[in-house]
Ligand binder design. Structure first.
Ligand code: SF4
Length: 968
C-alpha cells in the first residue's frame, strides 16, 4: 500500500500536527513530532538527500533494534530500503521508554560499523605463531568442531575450570551465564573489576543491591560524581533526565577533577583532590547530623541502627535516641575544615553545597559509577558516603530520590534454567578477595604466571583485555604462552589488540545483527528492550522466513544466541553429558531450540501485560517486540522497601531482636525474577521475607539485617572492622602517599563519542575524536616549561608513555588527566585502519617497547570516505604502562596512577610505550599483600558471604573453603 503523497516527506507535520497532538503518542510522551508514526513503519517515505536537487523518494521499512555501543541500551530504528534491503541509516526509536527516541552520536554511527570495510566478516584461524597476525579463512563448522572437542574433553576430564568466557559489556541479561551453567563451568569472567566494582560495592553494602537508579527528572538537587551528560552510566537516558530536572529548576552539583561537559552545566563544579570526595561527602553528612537536618523517621525505621548499638555499644541502651547521640559523635570529626584540608575545596563552598543537600531533602538524586570510585584505593567508600546522604534525608525510593536498580529493571524467566555450576574457579574468585564485587579478571595473567591454573579454552567476547586492562603487556605474555592458554577464541565484530593474539577470530554481530534482551534502571519504571537482526525482521515483513542470521548478516557474521546453541550441541551431540537438553526445543522435543521459540516463550509467558498489549494490535507478543523493540512493564514502581508483605507470605514467622522477619511460606511465583541477593535462611530453614517496622511487616532490603546497613556486620566479620561504617579511606594518590615529584594521573574519563574499543570502526566518530592529549593546568605546565602540543614523557611504576600536552584551565592544578578511549594500535598486517596506528612491538626479556611506525592514513576501499581520511593521530595507549592495583575489599582495579611528568627525551617519539613486566610482577605482589584472605578471615569456613551478589552463582556447596574451619 503506498503512502498518500501529501503525507510524504515531512513526518513532523503529518504525525502530530494533523492530529492536533503535541507529543509522539508512544511511551516517550515527549515532543517528538519529527518521528515517523508507528502506523507507517512498513512504508515510510523520505526524499533521498544525496539525490538533491532531484526529488527522489525512498521507501523504508523501519525496524527497531538496540544500540550495542554502550551499556545504556538505547533504542534504534533501522531504516531498511524496501527495494535493496540495505540499511541506510539508524535513528532513535520513539517507542523505547528508556531512551525515548534519543541517542548520542554513537547510536546512528552503528551504520559506520556495519559498513566498516575492515570488519571481520568470516571465521579466521591463525596461520602463523600466535601473535604473528597471519590468518586463514575457515568455516564455522571447522572452528566450532575444534572448540567443542576441546571443551568436551576438558569437561569429561573434570577440568571444567579450564573453560573461561571473558566478557566486556555483556549487552544482554543472563543468556550466556545460562550457557556456562549448562556446561557446568564456573567460567564467567567479566570486565567489571576494571569498570564499576567499587561503584557497585558502596551501594551493595548499604542496600544489598549494587546499582542506583536516580530519579533526576524529579529532583531538586542532582549531585553527580561522574560526567553523566556525556559519559556516565546510562548516559543518554540519564543525561536527558538530568536536563529535564534542570529545566524544572533542579540545581546541579558536579564533583569532577576536570571540566567535563557535565561540569559545564553545573551550578557548583567542585574539582577536589582525587580520592578526597568522601571527605567532602562526610562533611556534608556531618552537617546534616549535627544540625538535625536528617529525616529521623526514615533513619529510625529503615537503618540497622539497633544492630550497631547492640554490637558496637553493648553498654549503652539500644534506643534510637542513644543512637542519635552516637551518630553525632561518630561523624563530628568530619568538619568543613577537614574537608577543605583533604580536598582543597574551600570550606565555605562545601557548606554551600551542604545547605543545598539539606534543602532538597528527599528530592536528592545522586549518582556515582566509575569516576572517583573507579580511580582510588577505597573508592567504594565514595559511593557508600554518597548514598549516606540519601539515607540521611530519606531520598530512597521516592520521587526525585534514588531507587535500587532492581526495582527499576525487569528480567523475565527464560525457557530453560540450568542448575548452578558445581565448580568454584579460583582463577576468577581467588581466596585473597572474598568480598570482591566481581571476578578478579585483570589479575588473570599473574595468576597464570603464578601457576595457579591453566586454561584449555579462553573466549574473549567483545572484549579486548590487552588494550582495555591495565598491564596489557603481561596479558600478551600470558596469552601467547600455549602452556598457559591452550586455545584463545576471540568473538568480536571488529579487530582488536587482543584478537591478534587469538587462535580463532570469529565474527559476531553488531547491534543490528543479533538478538539480546535488556532492561536497565534509567528511571522509576520497568521496561524490556529487544535487540534483533534487523534484516531478519525486514525479510519477515516482506513474507520471507530467515532461519539463521548468517543468511542476512554481512559475510558470515553470526549472532551469538544461535552460535551458543550450536556450539552446545556440538559439545554434547548425543545429550549424554546433560548439556544438550538445555538447548532443545520444547515445541519439537529432541530438536534444536531456535531463537524465535526462545524469545516467543519469554514474551508470551513472562512479561506481564505484553500478551494483552500485543493482542490489542492483532500481533503475537514476539511480533509486537519485533515491530516496536521495547515494552514498558511498569511505571512509578515506588518504594518497595516500605511495601507490606501480604499475610499469605507470613507463615510460622520468626522475628529476630533486630526485627528481621523469617517465614516458612513459599516464595510466590513471580514473573519478575530480578536477580537480587539472597540473604541466608534462619537456622530452622525459614526464608527472610521482610522486616518488622513498628509492628508491620514490610519488604525492607536484601541485606542480612533486612535494613539499610549503615553498619556492616559482614565487613567486620570478614576482617575489615575499621570499615564497618561509611568512612574515609585515604587514596593511594593521597598527597601523603606520593613521593617527591609524583602527581596523580586521572585516566578514567571517557570521550563523549567513543566507547573503549567498540566504536573505533565508526568513521564519523573517528573524525570527531581521535586523540587523547595530557590535560595539564597552566600553572603546572609553566613549572615544566610546557606548551600545548609539546611532547611529554609520563612515567609510571612499570614504564612510561609519550603523549602531547594540552595546557588547560579545565583541570585541577597539580593533577594531570588522559582519556582512556584512545591509543588504538595494530601490528603490520590485518587490522582496522581508521583509528589504529601501525606499531612495532619488541622485547628483550621483560623489557617491552611499542613504537608507532605510522599513524592513520587514507586508503582505498568500497567506501570513498576512507580515501578522504585527514587525521593521522590515534592517540596513545597509556593503560599498558599501569600496574595492577586491586582494592583489597571490592577487588576493583584502582585506576589512578602516581606518575612523574617530564619533557620528552630526545629519543622519545609520540606514542612510544615502554614497560618492564618484571616491575609489573613486583607491583602485583605488593598490592596482593593488602588483601585479607578468606583462609584467615572467613568467620564460617566459607570462601565468601553467600548473600553477596555473584554473577553465575555456583552451588552453595562450592562456597566451603577447602581445609578451613570457622573462626567462630
Ligand atoms: S552509545 Fe549512545 S545511543 Fe548507544 S546505547 Fe549508549 S548512550 Fe545510547
Amino acid at each position: 500500500m503506498s503512502t498518500p503523497k501529501s503525507d510524504r516527506v515531512s513526518a513532523s507535520k503529518s504525525a502530530t500536527e494533523a492530529r492536533g497532538e503535541t507529543f509522539y503518542p508512544g511511551p516517550s510522551r515527549t515532543q517528538l513530532g519529527a518521528y515517523p508514526p508507528k502506523e507507517r513503519w512498513d512504508d515510510w517515505v523520505e526524499l533521498d538527500s544525496r539525490a538533491w536537487p532531484q526529488r527522489l523518494e525512498r521507501h523504508y521499512l523501519l525496524v527497531p533494534t538496540t544500540c550495542f555501543n554502550c551499556e545504556s541500551a538505547c533504542g534504534l530504528l533501522a531504516y531498511v530500503d524496501r527495494e535493496t534491503l540495505e540499511v541506510r541509516k539508524f535513528e532513535g526509536n520513539p517507542e523505547h521508554p528508556g531512551s525515548r527516541g534519543r541517542n548520542c552520536a554513537k547510536g546512528p554511527a552503528t551504520l559506520n560499523q556495519v559498513k566498516d570495510p575492515d570488519r571481520v566478516l568470516y571465521p579466521l584461524k591463525r596461520a602463523g605463531k600466535r601473535g604473528e597476525n597471519r590468518w586463514q579463512r575457515v568455516s564455522w563448522d571447522e572452528a566450532l568442531d575444534d572448540i567443542a572437542a576441546r571443551i568436551r574433553k576438558a569437561i569429561a576430564e573434570k577440568r571444567n575450570n579450564e573453560v573461561m568466557y571473558h566478557v566486556g559489556r555483556p549487552g544482554e541479561d543472563g543468556y550466556t551465564e545460562r550457557v556456562l551453567a549448562a556446561w557446568d563451568v564456573d567460567g564467567h569472567n567479566s570486565h567489571t573489576n576494571i569498570c564499576s566494582s567499587s561503584g557497585r560495592a558502596g551501594y551493595q553494602w548499604w542496600m544489598g543491591y549494587d546499582r542506583p537508579s536516580p530519579d533526576h527528572a524529579n529532583a531538586e538537587l542532582i549531585l553527580l560524581i561522574s560526567a553523566h551528560l556525556e559519559s556516565g552510566h546510562y548516559f543518554n537516558p540519564h543525561a536527558q533526565r538530568v536536563m529535564e530536572g534542570k529545566a524544572k529548576g533542579a540545581k546541579l552539583v558536579v564533583f569532577d577533577v576536570r571540566l567535563s561537559n557535565t561540569a559545564t552545566h553545573a551550578d557548583h563544579w567542585l574539582a577536589p583532590w582525587p580520592g578526597s570526595e568522601p571527605a567532602i561527602l562526610l562533611a556534608i553528612a556531618n552537617h546534616l547530623i549535627q544540625e538535625d537536618l536528617y529525616d529521623r523517621e526514615f533513619v529510625r525505621r529503615f537503618w540497622n541502627w539497633q544492630e550497631f548499638m547492640e554490637q558496637e555499644r553493648p553498654k549503652e541502651k539500644a534506643s534510637f535516641e542513644a543512637f542519635e547521640k552516637q551518630l553525632k559523635k561518630l561523624y563530628a570529626e568530619y568538619s568543613f575544615a577537614f574537608a577543605e584540608r583533604e580536598s582543597g575545596i574551600a570550606a565555605s563552598v562545601v557548606h554551600e553545597v551542604a545547605k543545598l543537600v539539606a534543602a532538597a531533602g528527599p528530592r536528592l538524586s545522586t549518582h556515582n559509577w566509575r569516576s572517583a570510585a573507579a580511580g582510588n584505593l577505597g573508592g567504594w567508600q565514595v559511593t557508600r558516603t554518597l548514598f549516606l546522604l540519601n539515607a540521611l534525608v530519606g531520598a530512597v525510593g521516592v520521587p526525585g530520590g534514588v531507587f535500587p536498580n532492581a526495582w527499576n529493571k525487569f528480567v523475565p524467566k527464560p525457557i530453560h534454567t540450568p542448575p548452578h555450576p558445581h565448580q568454584w574457579n579460583e582463577l576468577s574468585w581467588p581466596q585473597e578477595y572474598p568480598l570482591a564485587m566481581n571476578e578478579m579478571s585483570f589479575l588473570l595473567p599473574h595468576f597464570l604466571k603464578d601457576g595457579r591454573g591453566r586454561l584449555e579454552v579462553y573466549f574473549s567476547r567483545v572484549y579486548n583485555p590487552v588494550w582495555t586492562n591495565p598491564d596489557g603487556i603481561s596479558w600478551i605474555e600470558a596469552i601467547t604462552d600455549e602452556s598457559k592458554v591452550g586455545l584463545h577464541v576471540a568473538l568480536t565484530p571488529t579487530w582488536s589488540e587482543s584478537a591478534y593474539f587469538a587462535d580463532y577470530v570469529l565474527p559476531v554481530g553488531l547491534g543490528s545483527e543479533r538478538h539480546d534482551l535488556h532492561s536497565y534502571e534509567t528511571h522509576d519504571a520497568q521496561w524490556i528492550g529487544f535487540r534483533q537482526p534487523v534484516l531478519k525482521e525486514a525479510h519477515a515483513r516482506l513474507g520471507r522466513k530467515v532461519k539463521d542470521t548468517r543468511e542476512v548478516n554481512p559475510g558470515e557474521v553470526w549472532e551469538e544466541n544461535e552460535l551458543w546453541i550450536d556450539l552446545s550441541w556440538r559439545i554434547d551431540p548425543e545429550g549424554a553429558m546433560g548439556i544438550r537438553k538445555h538447548f532443545e526445543s520444547k515445541s519439537e522435543p529432541g530438536g534444536k531450540l531456535g531463537v524465535d521459540e526462545y524469545y516467543g516463550f519469554i514474551f508470551s509467558s513472562s512479561v506481564p501485560g505484553l500478551p494483552e498489549k500485543a493482542t490489542a494490535e492483532g500481533l503475537t507478543p514476539l511480533e509486537y517486540m519485533r515491530r516496536y523493540g521495547a515494552f514498558e512493564v511498569a511505571r512509578n514502581v515506588g518504594a518497595q522497601h516500605a511495601a507490606r508483605v501480604p499475610r499469605a507470605e507470613l507463615d510460622d514467622v520468626r522475628v529476630t531482636p533486630h526485627g528481621r522477619v523469617y517465614t516458612r511460606a513459599e516464595k510466590p511465583a513471580s514473573a519478575n525474577v530480578v536477580p537480587v541477593p539472597s540473604p541466608d535462611p534462619d537456622a530452622e530453614g525459614r526464608r527472610p521475607v521482610g522486616i518488622d517496622v513498628d509492628g508491620e511487616v514490610v519488604r525492607g532490603f536484601p541485606t542480612p539485617s533486612g535494613r539499610l546497613e549503615f553498619y556492616s556486620a559482614t565487613l567486620k566479620a570478614w576482617g575489615w572492622p575499621e570499615y564497618a561504617l561509611p568512612t574515609y579511606i585515604r587514596s593511594h594518590v593521597h598527597p601523603q602517599s606520593l613521593e617527591e615529584g609524583e602527581v596523580p594521573l586521572i585516566p578514567t574519563f571517557r570521550l563523549p563519542v567513543q566507547i573503549h574499543t567498540r566504536s573505533a570502526n565508526a568513521k564519523w566518530l573517528d573524525e570527531i575524536a581521535h586523540t587523547n592529549p595530557l590535560w595539564i593546568h597552566p600553572s603546572h605546565a609553566a613549572t615544566l616549561g610546557l606548551a600545548t602540543g609539546d611532547l611529554v614523557r609520563v612515567e609510571t611504576r612499570i614504564g612510561h608513555f609519550v603523549v602531547k600536552a594540552w595546557v588547560t584551565e579545565g583541570i585541577r592544578p597539580g593533577v594531570v588527566a588522559c582519556s582512556h578511549h584512545m591509543g588504538r594500535w595494530k601490528l603490520e598486517g590485518a587490522g582496522q585502519r581508521q583509528m589504529m596506528a601501525t606499531v612495532s612491538l619488541r622485547h628483550e626479556g621483560t623489557r617491552w617497547w611499542l613504537r608507532r611506525e605510522h599513524g592513520v592514513e587514507p586508503f582505498a576501499s568500497a567506501d570513498p570516505d576512507t580515501s578522504r581520511i585527514w587525521w593521522t593521530d590515534a592517540g596513545v595507549h597509556q593503560n599498558l604502562t599501569f600496574p595492577v592495583q586491586p582494592d583489597p575489599v571490592s577487588g576493583m582495579h584502582c585506576w589512578h596512577q602516581a606518575v612523574r611528568v617530564k619533557r620528552a627525551e630526545p629519543q622519545d617519539r609520540y606514542g612510544d610505550v615502554s614497560v618492564d613486566t618484571a616491575k609489573a610482577r613486583e607491583a602485583y605482589a605488593e598490592w596482593l599483600k593488602l588483601a585479607r584472605p578468606a583462609a584467615r578471615h572467613s568467620p564460617d569456613g566459607t570462601r565468601r558471604p553467600y548473600w553477596l551478589l555473584r554473577p553465575l552463582k555456583p552451588g552453595r556447596e562450592t562456597y566451603k573453603l577447602p581445609g578451613a574451619t570457622a573462626r567462630s
